[in-house]
Write a protein that binds this ligand. Structure first.
Ligand SMILES: Nc1ncnc2c1ncn2[C@@H]1O[C@H](COP(=O)(O)OP(=O)(O)OP(=O)(O)O)[C@@H](O)[C@H]1O
Length: 275
């Protein structure tokens, strides 16, 4: 079947931007006199892995929280999966929440619940599935993130840091979201654990067709799995591929992407590609 021609007046550019699952325009975020984002625009395309970087305090986590509706901006518009986040009814907000998953920096698991119960929290909140089915789904999510089956009955305190991250990811995937938001998913993991977590994110992204919005400081993650990188600079984002950022002469980008750690990450990527 041939693709239908776009309606008159719809340009190729407009057609392409229709694929944006997150579209931010003119975002301004301010805490008292402190302006964090100013006239920030960002499009995130369906199915991409977007890395979000920036110096400490530039507003990466606030941006994530604002997109998922946990923080209200001072001005601007945010479209998430076609819905205008800032004017939704509570009911529509709930419905949108079932289509997104969030992994906060510390995993944010409930310490008094087992891993399976943690994974079932969003199911209980948003569905009325019978317990038996929720148990089966929790088992499936546990397998998907590479945890052993006996992790289901364990409490977060009984897991290693890497396992807790995986459990947090399983909970973020609880309702089969279309977009996952990850806040520094590899922070606190050793390099081997971090690389394994990167590969897990990449394989889930590919098999589930997820869009991934990932705040990170981890240059290895950026090099290994991100399609594009949004750098928070001067209260706005500059979105480009890693190769393009490497050619940018902005001082922060230059220091970030040309320092010794960046070179090591790029060398590691180059040797993976040539292997
Ligand atoms: N609820 C809040 N009230 C007041 N100020 C806040 C609030 N949340 C964040 N901030 C401020 O906004 C700025 C951006 O915070 P954010 O956590 O987004 O930074 P970040 O880029 O994620 O930093 P880091 O890389 O250090 O985690 C910081 O100066 C922070 O103190």
């Amino acid at each position: 079947m041939t693709e239908a021609a776009p309606p008159p007046g719809l340009t190729v550019e407009a057609k392409r931007s229709d694929e944006a699952v997150i579209r931010i325009r003119g975002l301004r975020t301010q805490f008292g006199p402190q302006i964090i984002h100013d006239n920030l625009d960002l499009d995130v395309t369906k199915g991409e892995v977007l890395g979000v970087v920036g110096g400490s305090g530039t507003g990466k986590s606030v941006l994530l929280r604002t997109i998922v509706g946990l923080q209200r901006p001072t001005a601007g518009s945010i479209e998430l999966l076609g819905a205008d986040v800032l004017s939704l009814t509570d009911q529509a907000k709930e419905a949108l929440r079932t289509r997104t998953g969030v992994l906060f920096q510390d995993g944010a698991l409930f310490s008094s619940l087992t891993v399976a119960e943690n994974i079932q929290v969003p199911m209980r909140e948003h569905t009325d599935l019978p317990q038996e089915l929720m148990d089966e789904l929790a088992e499936l999510k546990i397998a998907m993130v590479g945890l052993p089956p006996d992790a289901a009955g364990k409490y977060p305190s009984e897991l290693s840091g890497g396992m807790r991250k995986r459990a947090g990811l399983a909970r973020a995937l609880s309702l089969d979201p279309e977009i996952v938001f990850l806040d520094e998913p590899t922070a606190g993991l050793d390099p081997i654990g971090a690389a394994a977590f990167d590969q897990l994110i990449l394989s889930l992204q590919k098999s589930l067709g997820l869009t991934v919005f990932m705040v990170t400081h981890d240059l290895d993650s950026l090099a290994a799995i991100c399609d594009r990188i949004a750098a928070l600079i001067d209260k706005k984002v500059r979105v480009a591929t890693m190769a393009e950022h490497l050619r940018d002469d902005d001082p922060w980008l230059h220091e970030y992407f040309h320092g010794p750690r960046a070179r090591a990450a790029l060398d590691a990527k180059a040797s993976r590609v040539s292997a």
